[in-house]
Design a protein around this ligand. Structure first.
Ligand SMILES: [Zn+2]
Length: 395
């Protein structure tokens, strides 16, 4: 997967990036100043326009794919200038989990930290991605790669409108780099659990609780039995988790409840476990329904397929480059899903967690280690300079 490094060229890239910390911080501030929480239409549009301008400036042709309700996903392409160049996808999202109403707005520097909504997840990563391409452009090497950038606007709500776009765009790439936040100790992410959301409803029969209770079929009692028993589907040894997150049902104290719903979260590390969980949830719901004479209805499933760690994946190449830079590059797997799950499931060699090292994601503690903006860019730029696609195993 590697090519003999050209030390003089690499030094040029490193030196250019070394002086960029202030500039990258500033460009991050501009992105954070356009709040892009789930209900921030104006901020999301401002973010999108800012990104379009920035990527056009370094030679990308941009296109906005319409998403729901006036939102858009950005796809940008910069064709290679040499034949047989590696096809690389830079993958990110511009939405955050924060609406301005929560009061967590703007970027602040606190010592060696930058804090603010989305600095880690993942506007910092978007800044790193662009710095990588610009550094290679300055060194005259950007044309050696066929670049595609995809920045979606609904990752934080499970990618409902971008899922197929991510899969389609990732398919056939030699490398997908996903810019979710880096982890403590400069770690990257090379595997993620599959994530499922289920909605399970029990439909009973209403009746007066004091006059003719025997006519009723109690949906809450059925749902409660299901909630207690569903834990048995989990398998700690395999990393399979199942958790009831919400339950709601009934209408009045003196009415046998007709309807009760639960929301269920599940995580699985392998496709086989994901399949087992889906079948087991369905089977348990039917069984409980039959026992309580209520009708069970299961919706949902895995919206992020499991991304199991691949020992032949891109991490080893990046770790070798990091070693030459005098940095460690541990890899971790996580129970949280991202668009990298979708890219990996499309068969593309994928590495995630390439954004600056972040802490407190999805909370008002969200922050990044400021110097890692440049450290990450150096690592990725050099890894790409040395990158040669592996032949596909089935070829
Ligand atoms: Zn994210």
């Amino acid at each position: 997967m590697s090519e003999t490094p050209d030390a003089e060229l690499e030094d040029r890239v490193i030196q250019w990036l070394d002086g960029r910390t202030d500039a990258l911080s500033e460009s991050l501030r501009e992105l954070v100043d356009a709040p892009s929480g789930p209900h921030e239409r104006d901020g999301q549009r401002a973010c999108l326009e800012l990104l379009v301008r920035r990527w056009r400036r370094i030679g990308f042709r941009t296109e906005i794919l319409e998403a729901a309700a006036g939102l858009g996903h950005l796809v940008a392409h910069r064709p290679a200038e040499v034949p047989d160049a590696p096809k690389v996808l830079l993958l990110g999202h511009l939405d955050t989990v924060f609406d301005q109403s929560a009061g967590f707005v703007g970027m602040h520097r606190v010592g060696e930290w930058l804090a603010g909504p989305g600095v880690a997840d993942m506007k910092g990563g978007l800044v790193v991605a662009r710095a990588v391409v610009e550094s290679l452009l300055v060194a005259g090497q950007a044309g050696a790669i066929d670049w595609t950038l995809l920045v979606t606007s609904d990752e934080e709500i499970g990618s409902p409108t971008s899922r197929s776009i991510v899969e389609r765009t990732a398919a056939g790439r030699d490398l997908v780099l996903c810019f979710e936040p880096g982890r403590s100790g400069f770690a990257v992410v090379d595997g993620r659990a599959g994530v499922a959301a289920f909605s399970v409803a029990f439909h009973g029969r209403a009746a007066h609780a004091g006059v003719d209770p025997e006519r009723g079929r109690n949906a809450i009692v059925a749902a409660a039995a299901f909630a207690v028993e569903v834990g048995s589907i989990a398998d700690a040894g395999q990393g399979t988790l199942v958790s009831v997150g919400t339950i709601s049902g009934g209408s009045k104290r003196n009415v046998v409840p007709e309807l009760c719903r639960l929301e269920l979260d599940a995580r699985a590390q392998s496709a086989a476990e994901a399949e087992r969980v889906v079948a087991a949830v369905q089977a348990l719901a039917s069984d409980v329904g039959a026992r309580h004479e209520v009708r069970a209805e299961v919706r949902g499933g895995f919206h992020r397929p499991p991304w199991p760690r691949d020992p032949h994946g891109p991490h080893a190449h990046f770790a070798a480059v990091a070693k030459d830079l005098g940095m460690p590059l541990p890899a971790v797997t996580t129970g949280g899903g991202s668009d990298a799950n979708l890219a990996a499931s499309a068969g593309a060699p994928t590495l995630d967690g390439l954004g600056p090292v972040g802490f407190g994601m999805h909370s008002t503690e969200e922050r990044i280690e400021r110097h890692t903006l440049v450290e990450r860019a150096k690592l990725i730029a050099l890894a790409l300079l040395r990158f040669r696609p592996q032949p596909h195993p089935e070829a």
